[in-house]
Design a protein around this ligand. Structure first.
Ligand code: GLU
Length: 289
């Protein structure tokens, strides 16, 4: 029986084909959803054309499909959601919690100190980014894998960008607006996004949107401890032997590798049934195959 209260999702940015690190995040969110008889969605976060490859959405979807990671419902594309982001940005503007920022990005290291806080939209004519003004408080997250963490808005977060200087909407705004639109209840993703989470919670609270449960997975790193990513030239996953790829991913997630399964369907259905959050390791995982 389907569990209507669990909706999970995988939300890749189409900067290139999936590498092993992103497959691990996809698999964990899939298994967590299926283990709870929930729905599993895919959302393509195509919000940043300069960083994207036009072939990537198709490549990513066919890689997921080749691994048997079939999603429910139609794929959502963030490029079709601009009006929703505008409406939410306007709502925050009406609440007087936004300000224009003309600070050059390169000059800011660490937490933004609020240099442009006194600036107003009516007197700023240069291209500007838009930041959310935070009141000093702490944000607490009870992460499914990492446990409880608290963030201080002043020292750990800082007023952050919700619309960029090039007029593109920031990931932080789009992601929480869409998680709400898709009624996502559980966000399972890599720990590289952990520090983004208080920002998404702060936007949700500002806009009175529901906050999903979050679970951040250990990162997959190479032999030198560097996270696998497009920037470090991580190779696309090998879809010619999906069983082998999925077994490596299960191993990284601390789960049984389902050595007796003879096809992806069997492997995924057994792995979903046996999925155990408490076996997911806390430390980063090395993968150099
Ligand atoms: N699109 C983001 C990325 O690929 C992930 C978004 C998320 O899972 O919240 O890094």
């Amino acid at each position: 029986m389907e569990n209507a209260s669990y909706i999970g999702r995988f939300a890749p940015s189409p900067t290139g084909p999936l590498h092993f690190g992103s497959l691990v995040a996809a698999l964990a969110s899939y298994l967590d959803a299926r283990n709870h008889d929930g729905t599993w969605l895919v959302r393509i976060e195509d919000l940043d054309p300069p960083r994207e490859s036009p072939h990537a959405p198709g490549e990513i979807l066919s890689q997921l499909h080749a691994c048997g990671l079939d999603w429910d419902q139609e794929v959502m594309y963030q490029s079709t959601r601009i009006d929703a982001y505008k409406a939410h940005l306007n709502k925050m503007a009406d609440q007087n919690v936004l300000y224009p920022c003309i600070c050059p990005r390169k000059k800011i290291s660490g937490t933004y100190p609020g240099t442009c806080r006194g600036r107003t939209f009516s007197t700023t004519d240069k291209p500007y980014a838009i930041r959310l003004k935070l009141r000093h408080r702490s944000v607490t997250l009870d992460d499914l894998f990492v446990g409880k963490i608290s963030y201080d808005t002043e020292t750990d977060v800082g007023d952050f960008i919700v619309r960029r200087k090039d007029e593109l909407f920031a990931y932080q705004l789009a992601v929480i607006v869409d998680d709400c639109e898709q009624e996502v209840s559980h966000v399972i993703r890599g720990a590289d996004l952990l520090s983004s989470t208080p920002r998404q919670i702060l936007i949700a609270e500002q806009l009175s949107l529901p906050v999903p449960r979050y679970g951040h997975l250990p990162l997959v790193v190479d032999r030198n401890g560097i996270k696998l990513s497009k920037q470090t030239h991580a190779l696309p996953i090998d879809t010619s032997s999906p069983l082998r790829t999925l077994r490596f991913a299960l191993q990284v997630l601390g789960q049984d590798t389902q050595d007796r399964a003879t096809n992806t369907k069997q492997l995924l259905s057994n792995a979903s049934r046996q999925w155990n959050r408490s076996l997911v390791p806390k430390e980063n995982q090395v993968h150099d195959k």
